[in-house]
Design a protein around this ligand. Structure first.
Ligand code: ZN
Length: 60
């Protein structure tokens, strides 16, 4: 066997990863818990939910 070409060797370049604009790259969105169907009053409690745009990956 001849020596293989190793041109496809990847150097770690992580700058090209686009961040998700919805969660900012965290993969989670913290949304304020609202109470009441009409008033929609915000409570102090916040729940962190999985980002629906990137599904928790944090990348767009
Ligand atoms: Zn996201």
């Amino acid at each position: 066997m001849a020596t293989r070409k190793t041109t496809s060797r990847r150097t770690a370049k992580t700058a090209a990863v686009p961040k998700c604009s919805t969660c900012g790259g965290t993969g989670e969105t913290s949304e304020t818990v609202r109470v009441g169907a009409r008033k929609g009053r915000e409570t102090d409690s916040r729940q962190s939910a999985l980002c629906g745009s990137c599904f928790g990956t944090g990348t767009a």
